[in-house]
Design a protein around this ligand. Structure first.
Ligand code: SF4
Length: 371
């Protein structure tokens, strides 16, 4: 590919209604955004803002905070005002916090209809308050808290049950002429989740927030999310994503961004093309790839760096990349844009690659190719 020009994604995006979460557009063809959720007590304003700052620095575009108590609700106004990215209040059980969050200036409110008692009689008031403040609502259906009526109808949280639950809740808002909505239907099983979103996508034009809920620890959660989001995004379904991991939220953002980059839904940044190594390797590829990755951490340009263990595929891949090394005989052939620019001893491979990467990055930034 041409540096700075992303390859096309696998499918056209599903046409969805456009909503605005603070300054971030969700749906209507806007780039797929990445979000996460804080793990601090929301009432601890300092700690929450600190975590939001870390998330912002890692590329998070929208952040959600839980609001289980009055103290949390009281903290929302300060957090919403001081956060650099839009804040969504996550409300279960208590309609009164929905009003508090809207009043506090949160960029959106997530409600879980299955968990909001007497929700039905409150919808009219919620719709009015949200409309008055221009606050969108996410209807967040979760397998674990499915509406009892639907649980009885379907026996368990099937894709049909999840989609029907979300659409039914949306219809309650529609009755009050409120359509500033995005929807999620989360399940911990990627297969059920994918099918639920497919059904939902076919039945409405609301923007969709993708998530595999309770996906698990980092490794398992990363794979579940990547597989499920990949299946949906490759069909054009999904407008914003949240990777759920039992790990620090910054990790969720890293994974989310990588998923979008892998699907060409976002300009790739640094990409290390390294071989898996094999019996032919003449250098410690893992160590080399790790050192190069660490050395180039934080690079903002779409640089493709090949790290190859031997001369079989090495020179070919290294030539395809912006920069690369093919190792052999205790030496490394350094390639830049397909040309061998020098051969260095093994001990100098990492520093030479980093040096050359910096030069190319500086040139790319000069040419306006920074992502
Ligand atoms: Fe093996 Fe060489 Fe291929 Fe690496 S580049 S996997 S060492 S053949």
């Amino acid at each position: 590919g041409i540096p700075g020009v992303p390859l096309p994604p696998l499918a056209e995006r599903r046409a969805s209604r456009r909503i605005q979460v603070g300054p971030v557009v969700v749906g209507g063809g806007a780039p797929v955004s990445v979000q996460s959720m804080t793990t601090t007590r929301t009432s601890d304003v300092g700690a929450t803002l600190q975590q939001i700052a870390e998330l912002t620095a890692s590329g998070c575009q929208i952040v959600r905070v839980a609001c289980p108590t009055q103290d949390d609700a009281d903290a929302l106004a300060t957090i919403a005002r001081k956060s650099q990215i839009p804040v969504i209040a996550d409300i279960h059980f208590q309609p009164k916090y929905v009003f508090a969050a809207i009043e506090a200036g949160c960029a959106a409110v997530r409600v879980n209809p299955g968990n909001i008692k007497q929700f039905d009689d409150k919808v009219k008031e919620i719709a009015k308050a949200a409309k008055d403040h221009g606050t969108p609502i996410r209807i967040g259906v979760n397998a674990g808290s499915l509406d009892r009526r639907l649980l009885q109808k379907y026996g368990k949280a099937t894709p049909e049950a999840l989609a029907e639950s979300a659409l039914w809740e949306a219809s309650l808002f529609e009755e009050h002429d409120f359509r500033d909505i995005k929807i999620s239907v989360k399940h911990n099983d990627p297969v059920v989740m994918v099918e639920a979103y497919r059904q939902l996508a076919a039945q409405c034009d609301y923007p969709l927030h993708l998530g595999v809920t309770e996906a698990g620890p980092a490794f398992q959660g990363t794979i579940k999310s990547a597989v499920a989001f990949g299946a949906l995004l490759s069909q054009g379904i999904g407008d914003t994503i949240r990777v759920s991991l039992s790990a620090p939220p910054v990790e969720e953002i890293k994974v989310g961004i990588q998923i979008l980059e892998s699907l060409n839904l976002r300009q790739r940044r640094l990409e290390i093309v390294s071989c898996p190594s094999c019996g032919r390797a003449q250098v410690d590829v893992y160590k080399l790839a790790e050192e190069v990755t660490a050395g180039l951490d934080g690079m903002e340009v779409p640089l493709r760096v090949a790290v190859m263990g031997c001369v079989v595929n090495g020179p070919g891949e290294a030539r395809e990349a912006d920069l690369g090394v093919a190792s052999g005989n205790g030496k490394g052939q350094i390639f830049v844009k397909g040309e061998v620019i020098k051969t260095v001893p093994e001990s100098k491979i990492v520093e030479t690659l980093i040096e050359e990467a910096m030069k190319i990055a500086a040139q790319m930034e000069k040419d306006g190719i920074a992502s």
